[in-house]
Design a protein around this ligand. Structure first.
Ligand code: FAD
Length: 356
């Protein structure tokens, strides 16, 4: 998303950028997403939920998002909802395909199947983090087993590598990621939202050794903390075990029983097939695999999206936006799309100012 936003804004500034897109299509993970672009309703909640994040960057996203959403609408993007369905957050939901189409049509020259080049200058890195690189995930996140990828396949850390090669420093939180626990069975790109197993708060949570490693009252509303914990359990897997009351709960208007029933049969484990003795009131179990959507750490940037070196001096001609920029949601979870939108605009505005 960030690249399309930055290019669209640059064109508003009278600059004709080239968008190099490594993939076979525009839109990146935005195209696969639920497309809710949000911020915490209260600033204090943002700080409390993402305590390790850079306060200046958090302020930027929190203060600029509403205007940025208006800008998106001014480009022709029509929200399908003007609320998030979560009382803790505010934002707007878009149709991901429609939003991609609007931005891609306004971004100008989008060259598919073309990876960004290190020598391009000025260069705004927007490659979507390193969740698609098993090697980088292994090095920085150190999961117990490779994480399944719940995102576009092309975000393999190219921005991070280009940025650090040119002197950029790393942000805090390199070991953190946003993801979901997904059924431990094959699934496809069109099922990344519908198959998310987002009911840990109603389940009992075990690892393969039968250790109940997470209690349901410790699960945050986003459930990202249980996903992070699952990543470090044997085989990066967990079992969600439900009683009847759990199955009757609802998540985002959907009964938990329906979510469980929709999981591929290979992940729905008969109680007798569990590798541990289930609790007496258990009626269903699903084996889940920790899956990464995007990384939270990345390149260190300032509020103008300039990539910074170890001394916090901007690297000449280099910006990073979206989740290539690290340190916004460190310690918790915040909207990656909001980060992409606000930092994409900030980068374009500063590139334009620097060329004036
Ligand atoms: C199933 C799902 C649901 C989600 N739901 C939400 C949600 O509701 N709200 C929310 O805020 N976030 C959500 N997200 C996360 C959100 O999609 C990402 O945080 C956001 O897309 C990040 O924006 P970005 O621009 O950094 O990366 P992307 O949107 O992924 O774009 C990165 C682009 O860079 C390209 N690329 C990679 N390497 C190179 C290279 N070397 N050269 C050129 N191009 C390259 C990729 O192909 C891709 O097109 C969801 C994600 C998924 C997968």
């Amino acid at each position: 998303m960030a690249g399309l936003v930055a290019a669209t804004r640059l064109r508003e500034h009278g600059i004709d950028p080239i968008v190099r897109e490594k993939g076979t299509r525009a839109g990146g993970s935005m195209l696969l997403s639920s497309c809710v672009i949000w911020r915490h309703r209260e600033w204090d909640d943002f700080r409390r939920e993402c305590p390790g994040g850079d306060e200046q960057l958090q302020r930027l996203v929190w203060e600029r998002l509403d205007d940025a959403l208006d800008w998106l609408e001014a480009q022709g993007a029509v929200p399908v909802a003007v609320e998030t369905g979560n009382p803790l957050t505010v934002g707007r939901r878009f149709d991901p395909a429609a939003l991609t189409q609007v931005l891609a049509s306004r971004a100008g020259d989008v060259q598919l199947n073309h990876a960004v080049r290190s020598g391009d200058a000025p260069l705004v890195l927007c490659t979507g983090g390193f969740g698609g690189s098993p090697d980088l995930v292994d090095r920085y996140i150190e999961p117990a087993a490779p994480l399944r990828l719940r995102a576009n396949q092309w975000s393999t850390g190219d921005g991070l590598l280009i940025g650090t090669t040119r002197g950029g420093a790393l942000s805090a939180g390199l070991g953190e990621f946003y993801g979901r626990n997904m059924p431990d069975a094959p699934w496809g790109e069109s099922e990344l939202v519908s198959l998310s197993q987002l009911y840990a708060r109603f389940a009992r949570i075990y690892d393969e050794d039968g250790a109940e490693f997470f209690t349901r009252d410790a699960v945050t509303w986003s459930e990202t903390n249980v996903v992070a914990a699952t990543a470090h359990r044997p085989h990066a897997r967990a079992y969600y075990v439900l009683d009847r009351a759990g199955l009757e709960q609802e998540v985002r208007g959907r009964p938990v029983a329906d979510i469980v029933d929709a999981a591929p049969p290979a992940a729905r484990v008969p109680l007798g097939g569990l590798p541990f003795a289930p609790p007496e009131d258990a009626v269903a179990a699903v084996r889940v695999a920790a899956s990464i959507t995007h990384t939270i750490g990345g390149l260190r940037v300032d509020e103008r999206a300039r990539v910074l070196d170890e001394r916090d001096v901007p690297v000449e001609g280099l910006w990073a936006a979206g989740v290539d920029a690290g340190g916004v949601a460190t310690g918790g979870y915040a909207s990656g799309l909001a980060q992409a939108l606000v930092l994409g605009l900030a980068a374009a505005d500063h590139v334009s100012a620097s060329l004036a």
